[in-house]
Design a protein around this ligand. Structure first.
Ligand code: GRF
Length: 232
């Protein structure tokens, strides 16, 4: 059986990239290969991670959509993982890879998503809004920012005294498994199934509070109330 070839697109330290590499090499994501790492920026640590694992890697700037399309085609990439990629994917790539591009976002979408919500700003917005819970969302990428079908969500409580930096770290630690579950579904051709019934991961001790919180949120309410996993 041929391996499902993944391209992982990054812009930074690549801890999510590392989670995908590890999941592929330890068999959590079977039948897949990280074929290529593309960074939108020079000199980022994620590129070092790719080199260490002998994965083909390159920098393609945000203004070079033709190069991006051509590279993905040349490498016969089957699916794309946006792992902290800070650029918009060109429409032609979205079209070619429809339902085959997974993004990880450091909040419970649709909260704190959309243009301008990236990096520490997402966590600052969560603190300013005074929410009790935030988290991470793996979703399909479409032509807008952070609006594609949700695949997997993980819920993270906001604690009193949290700074944006502390919250960012706590969220990052759940992003990895959130993304890995979505990429596993991508490589196993189960994306439609997951999009129809997204997975929500909630810590057992947070469950009651989260359900109460979800009742006040019309968009998230149903998905969180239907949560069928609690293995964070
Ligand atoms: C993560 O918070 C991701 O959700 C966001 O950028 C960060 C990237 O972290 N879009 P890393 O490069 O995977 O360590």
């Amino acid at each position: 059986m041929s391996l499902f070839k993944l391209a992982v697109l990054i812009s930074g330290s690549g801890s999510n990239l590392q989670a995908v590499i590890d999941a592929v090499s330890n068999g959590t994501i079977p039948n897949a290969k990280v074929e290529l790492v593309i960074s939108s920026r020079e000199g980022v640590y994620g590129l070092e991670r790719a080199k260490k694992h002998n994965i083909a890697n390159m920098v393609i700037g945000r203004n070079d959509p033709v190069m991006l399309s051509k590279t993905l085609e040349d490498k016969k990439i089957d699916g794309i993982v946006l792992a902290g990629y800070l650029s918009m994917i060109p429409p032609e790539v979205i079209k070619t890879y429809k339902n085959n591009i997974v993004n990880i976002h450091p909040a419970l979408l649709p909260m704190f998503g959309g243009k301008g919500f990236y990096g520490i700003r997402v966590h600052q917005a969560a603190l300013t809004a005074g929410v009790n819970y935030t988290g991470a969302t793996a979703h399909l990428a479409d032509r807008e920012y952070d609006t594609g079908d949700v695949l997997v969500r993980s819920v993270v409580p906001v604690l009193s005294g949290d700074t944006a930096e502390v919250l960012q770290k706590r969220v990052l630690s759940v992003e990895h498994r959130t993304l890995v579950l979505a990429v596993k579904a991508l490589a196993e051709n189960r994306i439609d199934e997951l999009a129809a019934k997204p997975l929500t991961l909630i810590n057992e001790e947070d469950r009651e509070g989260v359900l109460e919180f979800a009742q006040g949120l019309t968009v998230l309410g149903k998905a969180l109330t239907d949560a069928d996993r609690s293995d964070l």
